[in-house]
Each structure stands twice: as C-alpha cells, then as structure tokens.
Design a protein. Sequence first.
Length: 184
Amino acid sequence: MKLNIAALCFSLFFVFSLSGQENNSTMDFYQFKEKSLDGKEIGMQDYKGKVVLIVNTASKCGFTPQYEGLEKLYSTYKDKGLVILGFPCNQFAGQEPGSAEEISKFCTLKYGVTFPMFSKLEVNGKDADPLYKYLKKALPGTITNEIKWNFTKFLLDKTGKPIKRYAPTTKPEDITADIEKLLL
C-alpha cells in the first residue's frame, strides 16, 4: 500500500512538474513568428485561410532544382489560396552557406522565386526553430522525427493544421493533387 501511494505521489509530481514546459501539442501554427530574408518579423497568422507548404531549402543541394517546381506550384495556385514558405537551412552538409542577401539573389536570379523566403534557421537538434519542433511533433517522420535532408515539405490546411509531411525526394509536382484537395 505504501508503495502504491509513493508511486502515485511521484506520478503526480512528475505530471505537475512538466506543466510549466512548452507543450507543442497546444501550440498552433498561427502563434509562430519568423524573420523574412530581409529581416522583417512575419507572423504566421498572416497566412490564415491559406493552404501552406513549408519547405526547408538550400542553394547547393542536389534537390535545389525543386525551387523551379515550387515556384511553378506557387504561381499556379497562389491566387486560389496557396502560399509556399521557404526556410533556408545549412544543417545538411553545409549546403546553404550564403548570407540572407546571397540566398535572396540566388533564388530570384536562378529560379525566379517569388514565394516568401525566410531567414536561415536550424530544423534539428537543440537549436531547432520552434516552428520546426512543432511541425516534427505534429507530423512525425519515418524512423525518427528529425528532418532527414533539405527540401522536406510540410503541407498545412486552411486552418493551419499540419496535414502531410513529404520526403525531400518528393517533387513539388507530386504534391499537386493534395494541394488541390485542400484548396476546394
């Protein structure tokens, strides 16, 4: 009996001690704020009512040509309610070493990117951006929740709910049907 009471007390202590920690399950996409490539703070609430595709990007990656497909998706569906948000990341083999200005210039000149691009961030580890912690918790990956490489994609519906996670190998055009369903 004493053991059961001790176990119950420990369990209650453990639960209450966790209550002050950030709980991403109660977070919502619209609570996050990120800095654009030009340093402006942008609240994700600016994208309320839109279908959102979030992508961690890199300029020197084998998947970098996906910028072209992402821009095509954006130009095709932006007037119907799609927004693509690009988040440069240098965590994978140093494939995004440039400054914000260099990234912006590369994306614009090489791929004609017009969708919103944000400041470089980390997607994994102790310094992972809170938005990516939230996305990884909401849509766990295969084997681990960590982002495996550049151009991992997260699709969110018009209410900001994360719906589907795509591997870096998934080409933007292969997401079209999922986007169209959410735009209805």
